[in-house]
Design a binder for this molecule. Structure first.
Ligand code: HEM
Length: 425
């Protein structure tokens, strides 16, 4: 780590913690968090445009918080929205978030919501999808071959693969219109601070519009699956109950939104950032090519390396002391997953990308009762894709500058131009 800190470069730390420009520059970003882990690991943060919070940057502290869900609640504050956005959303909906996703629920409601879909994401169920997932991977590599020798790996390949998998599970597989709509809306959903995707300078207005459009998109799907239930995830959610109570429509639409958006943007970000890591570390790529058995640790390392989810909040339900800091009831805590994924106390040489890293207990998928429901699916998808990719692409290199998205919440690379040659069959 260099000494020229983000602070001396003209930023106050509090502003840097919520600055998309810092997040879009991995070196600055990791420098900031390394400094926080060392000097102020549970930092009271008061950025000008956001309600204050504790920034929690150590792996052990995130685990301590998230493993105590009765003390640290997921609601009502879920993700970083500006005060302007929170007020606009509250005025329009009476809630702090435009949607009511499983991630913002607690206790019995959370357990009930998780139970509705859980069995679809267990290893046994995902294993049944392996053939379909492998087929989708082959089709995308076919598309790469048809394109010639260059593509943008994010826009042309990575964005489509997890999206097609999740649409298949939802029961909307092969629906090209659905694919295009969800792709556009999820870019907008996670790009509320990215000028390329912003609909309005007001983050609140942007979020309200995008969430409403996603709900509108799913309306006919919900109506159809209530009338004609099928063996798909869309039917399970549309007809889901907690106890004997059907889920309210808002919860149903929000569930679709979480599965569709969280299930695809994260995985494609890991794939693209993972490929870039292999290109930047050719000895690791060579090692993986020589030892296909390393695919499991490789995809786990790709998620640690890319940490596509930048944060979630927890809210203290009581006073609590964390690493000597006095957290007050009602305070919110920002779980800085990318920082924990580079924690020197947990990972040997944390800034090295290693395809054989073991152990690798990272928190890129979270930890505790809200731990990512789709983590097994994500790893199966990534393994299937890279297996096919390495088997058929004999050479791959960068063909331009990679570009990171501007997001404080979820995402990774938005452009990764590559040049490649296919193995002659
Ligand atoms: C590399 C890909 C992925 C990453 C990095 C990721 C990351 C995360 C994280 C950090 C959380 C919050 C965990 C916590 O609070 O402890 C989460 C929750 C969740 N993820 Fe993922 N995720 C990925 C892929 C997926 C996929 C493929 C799906 C399935 C469609 C999915 C569905 C969910 C759901 C439904 C939750 C909410 C769980 C709950 O609140 O109980 N995710 N994910």
């Amino acid at each position: 780590m260099q000494n020229g800190s983000v602070v001396s470069a003209g930023h106050r730390i509090d502003e840097a913690i919520v600055d998309v420009e810092v997040y879009a520059d991995k070196a600055r970003y990791h420098q900031l968090f390394a400094q926080l882990r060392q000097d102020d690991p549970v930092r009271w943060t008061e950025p000008s445009q956001y309600r204050p919070f504790w920034a929690v940057t150590k792996h052990a502290d995130i685990a301590e918080v998230q493993k105590q869900p009765a003390i640290f609640l997921n609601g009502p504050r879920t993700s970083l929205n500006t005060i302007e956005a929170e007020e606009k959303i509250f005025a329009a909906t009476g809630r702090r978030q435009a949607q009511r996703s499983i991630i913002s629920t607690d206790g019995a409601e959370h357990a009930g919501l998780r139970q509705i879909t859980q069995s679809w994401f267990l290893p046994n169920s995902v294993r049944k999808l392996e053939e379909d997932i492998g087929k989708l991977a082959r089709e995308l590599i076919d598309e790469m071959a048809e394109r010639g020798d260059t593509c943008d790996f994010v826009d042309d390949i990575a964005a489509y693969f997890p999206l097609r998998v999740i649409l298949l599970i939802l029961g909307l597989g092969g629906d090209k219109a659905a694919e295009a709509t969800i792709l556009r809306l999820s870019k907008e959903m996670n790009g509320s601070l990215d000028k390329e995707h912003q609909r309005s300078k007001s983050q609140g207005e942007h979020m309200l519009q995008v969430v409403q459009e996603i709900f509108e998109f799913f309306k006919p799907v919900v109506a159809n699956r209530r009338e004609h239930p099928q063996n798909d995830l869309a039917s399970i959610i549309a007809n889901g109950k907690i106890g004997d109570q059907p889920l309210p429509d808002l919860t149903v639409f929000s569930y679709y939104l979480t599965v569709a958006v969280a299930g695809h943007d994260t995985t494609s970000a890991s794939m693209a950032g993972g490929l870039l890591a292999l290109l930047e570390n050719p000895e690791q790529l060579a090692k993986l090519r020589e030892n296909p058995n390393l695919m499991q640790p490789t995809v786990t390392e790709m998620v640690r390396w890319t940490h596509p989810v930048k944060h979630f909040f927890r809210t203290a339900a009581q006073d609590y002391e964390l690493r000597g800091r006095k957290i007050r009831e009602g305070d919110s805590l920002l779980m800085c997953y990318p920082s924990a994924c580079r924690d020197e106390e947990v990972f040997a040489d944390p800034f090295a990308f290693r395809v054989d890293r073991n152990p690798n207990a990272h928190v890129g998928f979270g930890i505790g009762p809200h731990v990512c429901l789709g983590q097994y699916l994500a790893k199966v998808e990534m393994s299937a894709f890279f297996k096919e990719f390495l088997a058929r692409v004999s050479h791959v290199e960068l063909a331009g500058e990679p570009v990171e998205s501007q997001t404080l919440f979820m995402g990774g690379l938005k452009r990764l131009p590559i040049r490649y040659s296919m193995r002659q069959s």
